[in-house]
Design a protein around this ligand. Sequence first.
Ligand SMILES: [Fe+2]
Length: 192
Amino acid sequence: MNNNFCFPFDHNFKIPNSIAEIYAGKPYPVHTSVDKQLFDRKIFDWLRLENIEVSWCETHYKPALPTSIKISKYGTIHADGGEIDNKTKINFVFGGNGSQMVWYKFKGDLNVQTHSTSLQTPYVRPQSITDIEEVYRCSFKTALCNVGQLHSVENPNEERACIQFILRDSITQERIEFVDARARIERLLLLL
Ligand SMILES: [Fe+2]
């Protein structure tokens, strides 16, 4: 049964081997941009076949943290961008054995605060954790993720890095919504 949050998929493209390779010996910042050349360029050619362009590539690092910690400098429950919608990323997870991405919804009316990441990208947070409830969780290595809905990551066992491709349509230059992106990826998987 399809969900509106996460679509894990397998592929055979060359991607970085480890967290250490992503950061190339430097300290691990919480949030930083990533050179797309860490990836085999064939993955970008493949996505292009469905007019998917990777407009930006970034990585988040999070050490192992108890799941009871909901807010820390390594993250909080949030939706990417300045609004709740269905914008989509492809996420590649490194390490984080047993980690899960968790999605939430508002129990009642939307009640958000807008914030900004260290890279000056906006995100929204719920005013209160009591306003929301969990709706979905998923463990994956590579997945299309709906990051316009409230989400967070739980990795209690092992440090985790997540490289994220921000997607846009190569013709319209608009961000691609989850259901549309999933349909395109499903078609592309038939070509592998
Ligand atoms: Fe996010």
